[in-house]
Design a protein around this ligand. Sequence first.
Ligand SMILES: [Fe+2]
Length: 208
Amino acid sequence: MTHHRILRRPLLGAALLLPLPAFAQQRTETPRQTRGPFYPVAFPADTDADLVRVQGAAAQAMGTVAHLRGRVTDTAGNAVAGALVEIWQCDAQGIYRHPRAPDTDRFDTNFQGYGRTITDATGGYAFRTLRPAPYPGRTPHIHVQVTRPGGAVLVTQFYVAGEPLNAHDGLLNAIRDPRARDAVIIPFIPADRIEPRALLAQADIVLG
Ligand SMILES: [Fe+2]
């Protein structure tokens, strides 16, 4: 009997040290959006995280450079390391690199149109891309797909804060919860100290 008691006491003590989940700060989960019709059917030869410069191209893409950066976490704020982050978007003229996209023969071949990276130990990711341009029927947006090491996928879109077309965009406004909607509307701010005339967009991604 004495032996039994000795084993028990430390277990009870450990139970009292467990965190109380009710008090944890929950982060707003990044809302899901449609993948849309223009995810690449064939990846470009260059798929790195710098979409503005295509390997072997003489010039860089038309448009305003934007550094898109953030962290991928779960709703408790824990880093999701080793996640695949993919982005794709139209060029500065509003044209996608995709066989079914309107005017794709005029796509800016100096723009990669698609890029991918893997999150680091802190969940961090970074792309050099363009401030997205509008095209008929859509406010400017960047398509985003995040694949966890275990295989779970989140597809969403990032929008530009202050863009007047946001008010009339059907897909953006289909996100009914204002907090969730705000989570994908990203300020694009001048960031000349990173690169002259470039913008910085900081967008954290919260996985459920
Ligand atoms: Fe799109």
